[in-house]
Design a protein around this ligand. Structure first.
Ligand code: SF4
Length: 79
């Protein structure tokens, strides 16, 4: 049996799903922006590579240095 939705339930549902759609849009925009910044050669986290979402595919100097250290080869300065 189909439940009839009253006006209050309707507006609550509109608000609930509107907020969910807003959060999803913010996540998508943040992802697109971080990809664009990395493509432009700009860091998205202030050079703190630990835990950065784009670390694996990042070719910025900070990331290359961190990868060299993680590989056990020291950093780019030869230390
Ligand atoms: S991996 Fe490092 S250098 Fe690259 S965007 Fe992230 S924080 Fe910046």
């Amino acid at each position: 049996m189909r439940k009839v939705q009253n006006r209050r339930e309707f507006f609550a549902a509109v608000l609930r799903y509107g907020v969910l759609a807003g959060f999803a849009a913010i996540g998508v925009i943040a992802g697109v922006k971080s990809r664009r910044l990395v493509k432009e050669g700009r860091c998205v986290r202030g050079g703190v590579c630990s835990g950065c979402d784009v670390f694996e595919r990042c070719a910025l100097p900070e990331a290359l240095s961190a990868k060299a250290v993680l590989d056990g080869g020291g950093d780019a300065s030869g230390r």
